[in-house]
Design a protein around this ligand. Structure first.
Ligand code: BMA
Length: 323
């Protein structure tokens, strides 16, 4: 597992001016990611000096060198939502039933909700609805139905970082018949207080492997005085019964170490949000020796790329829990 030498692979300097909203931007981070027809696509969270955030697409043929589009993603129909939307951000992209679904956070008057959009070509985006009715974040869809239900992981915001945003310490599995109305099914994991992942939330959507659903999540250590340290870790869920946790890493797999992860708008943040597996077998399982690209937000300022393999991640998930 290593950081790509070109890191950070996207910084604010890569964002073309998109007047009037995005000119001389402050940051580009927390991207959703998908590979479609040999094209890598990121949906970036770009923040302006007004501290508004917008979603902007970037594409690449090698997964490393990206060209950022000079337009803001607009979800057709989002204007019909009742109430003020302050920001939409932290997109997670899942290919499901042959379409690209995007679940994202929506900061509104009464907290954060999870919005759902869909696209077939990354040119036209449609808003499907708000899929939550409580303060919640980090919603990620599974790439297929399991036992006849759509599934997602999500993280109700039932806690708050000292002096910071709402957060939570339980990732839930939820189910749905229509992708809009969701029912919580089971808590999957809780934060491990005193250790690296006290507050937790899903990272990129889960990946199907022969060993189980492989999931990268983020954990926040909040016991370091003024710093909340955002790290990445892994989880393995049973293929047929994903409410059963087969393994959880003891140590984080990613933590702020480089200067651009340690320093920035929000220091000490590595926030995995996109993950691309290069090779699947003919039954749709990620190959064990396949390369994996993990895209993450660094210090809420730029985008980092971690290179690993499926087996390194499943090994980390099964190395043994903290006793
Ligand atoms: C979380 C979210 C993320 C952000 C992180 C660190 O609560 O807001 O978008 O990257 O905090 O600031």
């Amino acid at each position: 597992m290593y950081r790509h030498p070109k890191n950070p692979i996207i910084t604010r300097h890569d964002i073309p001016p998109i007047p009037p909203q995005l000119v001389d931007v402050t940051s580009a981070f927390n991207p959703g990611a998908i590979k479609d027809d040999n094209l890598y696509r990121l949906m970036l969270r770009v923040q302006s000096r007004s501290r508004e955030t917008f979603l902007v697409m970037a594409e690449s043929t090698d997964g490393v060198n990206f060209t950022v589009e000079n337009k803001i993603v607009h979800f057709r129909g989002i204007e019909r939502v009742q109430g003020k939307i302050f920001h939409i951000y932290d997109a997670r992209i899942t290919m499901l039933d042959g379409r690209f679904y995007i679940m994202f956070a929506m900061d509104m008057e009464d907290g954060c909700q999870l919005g759902l959009g869909v696209t077939d070509d990354f040119k036209q985006f449609d808003f499907l609805g708000i899929t939550s009715n409580e303060d919640i974040r980090n919603g990620v869809l599974f790439p297929e139905k399991v036992n006849g239900k759509y599934l997602r992981m999500d993280r109700p915001n039932k806690a708050r970082h000292s002096g910071g945003p709402t957060s939570g310490s339980t990732i839930w599995l939820s189910e749905s018949d229509n992708l809009i109305d969701w029912e919580p099914m089971a808590p999957l994991i809780n934060g491990r207080f005193h250790y690296w992942d006290e507050y937790i939330g899903s990272g990129p959507p889960p990946v199907k492997t022969r060993k189980g659903w492989l999931h990268v999540y983020h954990g926040v250590a909040g016991h370091f005085g003024s710093a909340n340290i955002y790290q990445g870790g892994v989880l393995l869920l049973d293929l047929n019964n994903p409410s059963k946790v087969l393994g959880r890493c003891r140590c984080n797999i990613l933590e702020p170490r480089e200067i651009w992860e340690l320093a920035g708008q929000v220091p000490n943040v590595t926030f995995p949000s996109g993950m691309i597996v290069e090779e699947y077998d003919n039954q749709g399982f990620a190959k064990e020796d396949s390369e994996v690209k993990i895209y993450y937000g660094a210090a809420d300022t730029s985008v980092g790329l971690l290179i690993t393999t499926v087996s390194e991640l499943t090994d980390a998930a099964t190395e043994g829990d903290i006793p």
